[in-house]
Design a protein around this ligand. Structure first.
Ligand SMILES: Nc1ncnc2c1ncn2[C@@H]1O[C@H](COP(=O)(O)OP(=O)(O)OP(=O)(O)O)[C@@H](O)[C@H]1O
Ligand SMILES: [Mg+2]
Length: 408
């Protein structure tokens, strides 16, 4: 007889289920017992990511746990996780992280994992913990791969909406993989929430509250990534939406209806006093870079999303034809893996490598990674007050996941 303490499992039409009829709870999924966890790679919003070995063929994979909520309000598997799994399973491209399988525990329903191909590094780790300074042809190699991945998803009508360093993985053979599709969605011609993309990489149309936007938000992020790869520090590290806009205006000059038709109609366009006379200072910030490089970043960081480069246009930009051309990914230098090292040790290591101002910057970035308050180096650049926008949840439940305020 059934244990009276254990409620029977029911189908959605309330018929009892005998789990033995279904091979435990596995269904068509693989049992997680086929994987042996080795070490933690990262901790995301919805659970920990582990490096693991598939005991059947000894291959190394990444297991991303899908955290299941049981708090009444958000019971069950997060919509974002279902979306991430289904989107990633429909995509196949060498610059998009591959989902190999979905694994579940043999006899309980609260453990679900995405089994992904394993990548040695993420770009945030490389910038934070290695002394590596990317050469011109290495930056080109990484940007080319990022844009090829973006061109692929955009051509399938998908916007990533969280392009940032820690979501860009790098394999030991130099292949860049766009990961973390938790905020991605198919482009639709109706209002979408502007509360997407980690703030440092968030485009001006989102910051000014546009609810109608397109894949061009990912190209703005790509421009920020390129600046960061060149500088080895974030190009626009704002601590709030307001400060982010100030930083953009300081770098590029102020937007207006002439360079960005329709700008004044955006929900928050009139909420700010923008200093109109600021010149574009990108050539100073990226001094030493070629004219084609500076023009290219400028074209990615174009205020008007309609005139911003698309991924396809970007790939045929003069920047990629100017010498030195992009390095072949297989020729990218190898970097020591920091994924197996504990965060403590990483911090200690980083302190040895870094010195002076760099160390201060490192500490700031680490503080942000740990969710601490953002301390900004040059406080005089920041106008006081923390202005934060609030948006209604007019989009789908995907937006339960709020984008972060720092690189990670
Ligand atoms: N396939 C993989 N191979 C190696 N490392 C990975 C892989 N997938 C994720 N990671 C590591 O785990 C981290 C978190 O993964 P991911 O971004 O997919 O999770 P998330 O819950 O969406 O994270 P967050 O909310 O922090 O952006 C990544 O930044 C990366 O360092
Ligand atoms: Mg992530």
């Amino acid at each position: 007889m059934d244990d009276p303490e254990v409620p029977p499992l029911l189908t959605i039409t309330n018929k009892p289920i005998n789990k033995d009829d279904y091979g435990g709870f596995l269904g068509t999924c693989t049992s997680v017992s086929k994987f042996e966890k080795l070490n933690q790679l990262g901790e995301g919003t919805y659970g920990v990511v582990h490096r693991a070995v598939d005991v059947r063929d000894k291959s190394i994979v990444a297991l991303k746990e899908v955290r299941i909520f049981a708090d009444g309000k958000r019971d069950g598997i997060p919509n974002t996780a279902l979306r991430e799994i289904s989107l990633l399973r429909s995509l196949r491209h060498q610059n998009i992280i591959g989902v190999l399988d979905v694994a579940v525990a043999d006899d309980h329903l609260d453990e679900i994992y995405m089994v992904m191909e394993f990548a040695q590094h993420d770009l945030a780790d490389l910038i934070d913990y290695s002394a590596a300074k990317f050469t011109v042809s290495e930056v080109k190699c990484l940007m080319k791969q990022l844009l090829e991945g973006l061109e692929y998803i955009h051509s399938r009508g998908i916007i990533h909406r969280d392009i940032k360093m820690s979501n860009l993985l790098l394999t030991s053979s130099g292949v860049l993989k766009i990961a973390d599709f938790g905020l991605a969605r198919a482009f639709v011609d109706r209002p979408m929430t502007p509360s997407v993309v980690t703030i440092w990489y968030r485009s001006p149309e989102l910051l000014f509250g546009a609810k109608s936007y397109s894949s061009s938000v990912d190209l703005w992020s790509a421009g920020c990534i390129m600046g960061e790869l060149i500088l080895r520090s974030p190009l626009l590290p704002g601590a709030s939406e307001k400060e982010q806009i100030d930083r953009i205006v300081n770098l590029l000059g102020a937007p207006n209806d002439r360079i960005w038709p329709g700008f004044r109609m955006l929900p928050f366009a009139r909420s700010f006093r923008l200093t109109t006379m600021r010149p574009n200072t990108l050539n100073k910030v990226l001094s030493g870079q070629s004219e084609a490089t500076i023009n290219f970043v400028n074209e990615l960081l174009t205020y008007d999303p309609a005139r911003r480069l698309s991924a396809r246009e970007a790939l045929s930009d003069e920047y990629f034809y100017e010498r030195p051309i992009a390095l072949d990914p297989s020729l990218l230098p190898t970097f020591p893996s920091v994924k197996h090292i504990s965060d403590e040790a990483k911090r200690a290591d980083a302190k040895l490598v870094q010195a002076g101002g760099q160390q201060q910057q490192q500490q700031q970035q680490q503080q942000q990674r740990q969710g601490g308050s953002v301390s900004v180096k040059n406080k005089s650049q920041i106008k006081s007050g923390s202005y934060s926008f609030e948006f209604g949840e007019d989009d789908l439940p995907e937006d339960m996941r709020q984008p972060k305020r720092s690189r990670r």
